[in-house]
Design a protein around this ligand. Structure first.
Ligand code: HEC
Ligand code: HEC
Ligand code: HEC
Ligand code: HEC
Length: 118
């Protein structure tokens, strides 16, 4: 985990949640979860308003989480092709809810198959 991610966690007193994601409030939107870390809407949006092209938000994601190229086998193949928000609909999906593949790939692939969990 990057230092920036760790300090965001400790700043919000969320270190325990990093160890056990099962304790996340499952009915909370991913955006609200980020807002509650203390930075408000500005955590992702410049001056709190969404950009037209999503580039600013994409940079914000990467500044804490790192880039696609440095992530697991679900993320890596999309480096240079997608932004985080193409899969993670942060205002629509709840904490703990993972994106699926079938909106773009129609061959039945799943994150579990790619990660060798099933
Ligand atoms: C974790 C990062 C994150 C946080 C925090 C966040 N947003 Fe967003 N927001 C996004 C991204 C990415 C998009 C564009 C993609 C989408 O609509 O999901 C977006 C889209 C939007 C849109 C456009 C929605 C649409 O349907 O076109 C509005 C309005 C918005 N955000 C407002 C807010 C407000 C107000 C807050 C604070 C209460 C907030 N956002 C917090 C990442 C975030
Ligand atoms: C191709 C769709 C896709 C894109 C693009 C994508 N993700 Fe993901 N992400 C997933 C899926 C599926 C999972 C769950 C499986 C896994 O851990 O890889 C996930 C898991 C995660 C998790 C862990 C969530 C948990 O519950 O443990 C984080 C954090 C995350 N993504 C952040 C990002 C960030 C930041 C970006 C952009 C740099 C990004 N993702 C881009 C599909 C995507
Ligand atoms: C200020 C730093 C920061 C920014 C900016 C940020 N995140 Fe996060 N995000 C975190 C931390 C800290 C966590 C909790 C630890 C973890 O799950 O990695 C988290 C958790 C997540 C999770 C996992 C939630 C779950 O279901 O368990 C996803 C997905 C995610 N972020 C996606 C994004 C996306 C997409 C963006 C940009 C639109 C973004 N983040 C911007 C710090 C950030
Ligand atoms: C928003 C659209 C979108 C989603 C959702 C998506 N992908 Fe992709 N994926 C792409 C694009 C675009 C490419 C690049 C295609 C190319 O280069 O020909 C790609 C390429 C890939 C590749 C490498 C090339 C190949 O086809 O084998 C893998 C592996 C992959 N995706 C896995 C996944 C997995 C697993 C999921 C579900 C977690 C997923 N993708 C979800 C758009 C998406």
């Amino acid at each position: 985990m990057s230092n920036k991610l760790l300090s965001a966690l400790f700043g919000a007193g969320l270190a325990a949640l990093a160890m056990s994601s099962a304790s996340f409030a499952a009915d909370q939107k991913i955006s609200d979860f980020h807002v509650d870390m203390g930075g408000g809407c500005e955590t992702c949006h410049k001056d709190g308003s969404p950009s037209a092209d999503g580039e600013y938000e994409f940079k914000q994601c990467q500044s804490c989480h790192g880039g696609l190229a440095d992530m697991d086998a679900v993320h890596k193949p999309h480096d240079g092709k997608l932004k985080c928000a193409d899969c993670h609909a942060v205002h629509d999906m709840n904490v703990g809810q993972h994106p699926t593949c079938d909106s773009c790939h129609d061959d039945g692939r799943t994150p579990e198959k790619i990660l060798g969990k099933k």
